[in-house]
Design a protein around this ligand. Sequence first.
Ligand SMILES: C[S@@+](CC[C@H](N)C(=O)[O-])C[C@H]1O[C@@H](n2cnc3c(N)ncnc32)[C@H](O)[C@@H]1O
Length: 240
Amino acid sequence: MYTVDRPPRIVRTYHPRRGRLSGRHFDALERLAARYAFAPGDPVDVLEIGSGMGEATAQMAAADPGRRYLAVEVHTPGVANLLHLIEDGGLTNLRVASVDAMELVRDDIPAGSLDAVHVFFPDPWPKARHHKRRLIVPERVALLRERLRPGGVLHCATDDEGYAHAMLETLDADPGLVNRHDGFAPRPVHRPLTKFELRAVRDGRPAYDLMYERSGPERSGGAATNGSSPKRPRSEAEGS
Ligand SMILES: C[S@@+](CC[C@H](N)C(=O)[O-])C[C@H]1O[C@@H](n2cnc3c(N)ncnc32)[C@H](O)[C@@H]1O
């Protein structure tokens, strides 16, 4: 009797959905994708996972020209919109990738290299059987933390109260992260207010921010320590 090993099923953190593409979207993809696409090896300081329509990323990159931003999004209309925002804003410090962000992080982001990772309003996957799809779960957090430099910041925001508390628990439990605040962070002025967040606030769902720093340098065994983190001065715009 022979058994066939099935390849392990990949658990994705996003809904496979197709947005409708307008002529303007096609134009962006045809004309701008190659110009602003991330290529493996490109240096990155700030990584945004799930940039949606890209408004927050474009505004943050424009306010922080000294750092190189990478927005990763699988939703094609969002990618196209961000390409237009980059062109319209004349931004030279923002690149875009349209792939699964966790695969890109695993394959193309060197360990200890990022200043910040932004995960703003990730899909909450509210059903218990879907929690494994959440971006903020221990295994994915461990990978993101390992790609941060010591003192680098993982900044998450969500309007889902249940997910917010689960994030707090997961991030507190990570051995290489230290909360910058006591519990949730005050809403940072440098995180732009998007239409998505405005709608949530109007519907009575205010945002929760969470900001965690990677603690001290890696030990030779690979485990992060809880020592104090060397920090470089940050501007107000940088924040995370
Ligand atoms: C609820 S939306 C929020 C978008 C945006 N951050 C905002 O605040 O408006 C979450 C986005 O994350 C994207 N996403 C989820 N997992 C992803 C992954 N692994 N790689 C790339 N994009 C992902 C989804 O396609 C979706 O557009």
